[in-house]
Design a protein around this ligand. Structure first.
Ligand SMILES: Nc1nc2c(ncn2[C@@H]2O[C@H](COP(=O)(O)OP(=O)(O)OP(=O)(O)O)[C@@H](O)[C@H]2O)c(=O)[nH]1
Ligand SMILES: [Mg+2]
Ligand SMILES: [Zn+2]
Length: 333
């Protein structure tokens, strides 16, 4: 078996290879985390598939725990995990509750399918929130509109989605239809990792099943009276696609708070952020200040008050969450 091509199929590339010292190369082998269970992780490497303990030989902080998609070095004899290689990208969030521990959702994702359905789930503010997150994490976003078989106004949904960001890729599908879903396979090439993001019941698991050509992931019939699914997906796992891509359908990918997302906000709201730089006062709050470029743009009809309001909300949430974090001793990043 060709070991290098094995690793390449798993997503291995120069970004990870360059991190391995000659010393490590003698004692360790790289493996990718396929699934995380309690105390144990399933890993795959060159000619290797097994479970190993999830604790590391040495741990250096809150984010130094294996997440689905991570690349680890494990001892080639004892299979003891040694260290996590630097991540190309990381989805994480703070848990609710007093300790607000960081939950690691998925690592080393290339593309995110932002999934929403052509019905009451479709919500511009939520899409923008996911786009900000994708920009911040540094992954390519693709908006996937599902349940096109249940609406007569697919093009309205498509136009609304496409207007959110220049060049944004939008794909419309009946998630149960293999011919439709084939359009997505091209966006998840060999060795690439795609994560699915979206509310419960929009069809994430259905997409995975159709892409894989099987229905072995549990999907839930939508409750008729309120159209909401019942939070069906509960394991964190990578799914291999026939043509070689990887799909991550994880329970943590439904709702995200925005935190430390200045870059992501600036990408999705580039018009507003560049206007703000032209305000007369540097600390302008875009209220009643004189010389406010944002207010001028609203008055001139170049910026809608609704879009401004959505930006204000996300920016305020970002400021709130980023402040709490800075106050934390030993906070991350
Ligand atoms: N008509 C139609 N039904 C769909 C489509 N996509 C998904 N469904 C149905 O919607 C329901 C929910 O789909 P799931 O794939 O379980 O949703 P999910 O996003 O994985 O939900 P969670 O795991 O709870 O986050 C299932 O009954 C699917 O059959 C679609 O494009 N058209
Ligand atoms: Mg699901
Ligand atoms: Zn201003």
């Amino acid at each position: 078996m060709n070991r290098q091509s094995d690793l390449t199929a798993l997503g291995w590339n120069a970004f990870y290879a360059d991190q391995v010292s000659p010393e490590e190369a003698r004692h360790c082998v790289p493996v990718r985390v396929m699934a995380v269970h309690r105390g144990e992780i399933a890993v795959a490497g060159a000619g290797l598939e097994r479970t190993v303990p999830s604790h590391l030989a040495s741990s250096r902080g809150e984010e130094d725990r294996p997440a689905v998609g991570d690349w680890l070095l494990i001892d080639h004899e004892t299979h003891e995990p040694q260290r996590i290689l630097d991540r190309a990208s990381l989805f994480k969030r703070r848990s609710a509750g007093a300790h607000r521990r960081v939950q690691l959702i998925a690592a080393n994702v290339d593309t995110v399918f932002i999934v929403t359905s052509c019905d009451e789930d479709f919500n511009v503010a939520r899409l923008e929130r996911f786009l900000v997150l994708a920009g911040e994490v540094g992954v390519r976003p693709v908006v996937v509109l599902t349940k096109i078989d249940l609406t007569e106004s697919v093009s309205d949904y498509r136009i609304a989605a496409e207007s959110l960001q220049d060049g944004l890729e939008v794909v419309t599908v009946d998630a149960r239809n293999p011919d439709h879903v084939a359009r997505l396979a091209a966006l998840c090439a060999k060795g690439e990792t795609v994560a699915l993001l979206g509310s419960s019941g929009v069809g994430k698991s259905t997409l995975v099943n159709t892409l894989r050509g099987s229905d072995d992931i549990v999907t839930q019939a939508v409750r008729v009276h309120d159209g909401k699914g019942m939070h069906t997906t509960t394991v964190r796992q990578m799914h291999r696609l026939a043509h070689g891509g990887w799909l991550l359908d994880t329970p943590g990918m439904r709702e995200f708070q925005i935190a430390d997302a200045a870059t992501g906000l600036a990408e999705v709201f580039d018009d507003i952020v560049s206007l703000a730089r032209q305000c007369q006062f540097r600390n302008c709050r875009h209220g009643t200040e004189p010389g406010c470029a944002i207010n001028s743009a609203v008055k001139a009809g170049r910026l809608t008050p609704r879009r401004l309001e959505r930006w204000r909300k996300l920016a305020a949430e970002d400021a709130d969450n980023s402040l709490t974090r800075k106050d934390r001793p030993g906070g991350y990043r």
